[in-house]
Design a protein around this ligand. Structure first.
Ligand code: AKB
Length: 318
């Protein structure tokens, strides 16, 4: 029988493309996109979109029952930069929101809750090179603190109540459709728009700030692969996933291969400190072992595809 899936935060950078791909696989009507904002047209084209505030427990329960949901993918989250500006908002959305989702899944006996985590769950005392899946986590950003809560709370509900909780630690995600909103890795998307439109970009991170990253098609693939993974193979509930790591200077060099006039300048702001508390590269061998994770894109492939897709959409020849 086809699964029915509800996605929160569906108009976000990942949600927008995730809903589209899920609808292709599971049928438009079986994937319920939700969020607090007016949705972009793409989310209403092939299936339903409903307004949902995850802080409203009653509305959440009603929706899960009324639409006969099997799996919830809880994407609504305040990211690192916004979380630093407004830690209280990050607490409410990321901690209280996840609590509501996990409680609903427990009470209603849903089949699965997939709640993403992030490389932000690691902190300055975590080894920053090839960071293992299971390692010390003492984040110093509010976003990171809330993501450690998501992971530990989900794993506790799995142990205590048998809730089928799954989570991925997303690295920075580069996408050609929806823009990211309020993260530290957002520069890696902005740079493409500026390179095409103005041939120059001022980066809010320093040139040598290395961070783990992945291209959106791989992000969507990792999410759906984990959601569909055979439970009997999973020894973990939370997984590192990555495709490659780069610095702003290295990304700029790769873009210059296609747009030789492109210039980059650097004006690091408060996000530099956040980036420096995160891993530079992460080890995703546990995901590779337990559910056959493997990315398709490398840095060169991602840059080529991003420039092709964006230039077409923006009508800019380069
Ligand atoms: C952010 O920069 O906050 C996010 C993330 C790495 O989770 N993109």
């Amino acid at each position: 029988m086809t699964k029915r899936i509800l996605v929160t935060g569906s108009y976000g950078q990942i949600g927008t493309e995730l809903v589209g791909e899920l609808r292709k696989r599971y049928g438009g009507e079986n994937v319920i996109a939700t969020g607090r904002k007016k949705p972009p047209e793409i989310l209403t084209r092939d299936g339903p979109y409903y307004r949902l505030d995850i802080l409203d427990e009653n509305q959440l329960h009603t929706m899960l029952v009324d639409y006969d949901i099997d799996i919830i993918i809880h994407n609504a989250s305040v990211l690192s930069a916004v979380g630093e500006k407004n830690p209280q908002l990050a607490y409410r959305t990321n901690v209280q929101g996840t609590y509501n989702v996990m409680e609903a899944v427990r009470i209603l006996g849903l089949e699965q809750a997939l709640v993403p985590s992030s490389i932000a769950a690691f902190g300055p005392s975590t080894p920053r090179d090839n960071t293992p899946n299971d390692v010390i986590m003492r984040p110093t950003s509010m976003y990171g603190v809330t993501k450690v809560f998501v992971e530990l709370f989900g794993e506790y509900y799995n142990l205590r109540y048998g809730v089928n909780f799954r989570s991925l630690r997303y690295p920075g995600v580069i996408s050609s459709e929806a823009l990211p909103g309020g993260g530290t890795t957002d520069y890696a998307v902005e740079i493409f728009y500026e390179a095409l439109k103005n041939k120059k970009y001022t980066c809010f991170l320093g040139p040598d700030t290395r961070l783990p990253m992945m291209y959106m098609p791989d992000c969507i693939k990792s999410t759906i692969d984990l959601m569909e993974a055979d439970d009997s193979r999973l020894k973990h509930r939370t997984f590192n996933v990555t495709a490659f790591s780069f610095t702003p200077a290295e990304l700029a060099e790769e873009i210059k291969k296609h747009i030789p006039e492109f210039e980059i300048a650097y004006e690091p702001d408060f996000r530099q400190k956040i980036a420096e508390s995160w891993p530079m590269s992460i080890d995703d061998s546990v995901a590779r072992e337990e559910w056959d994770w493997k990315p398709d894109y490398d840095l060169a492939g991602m840059v080529k595809d991003m420039l092709e897709k964006l230039s077409k959409r923006l009508g800019i020849v380069y």
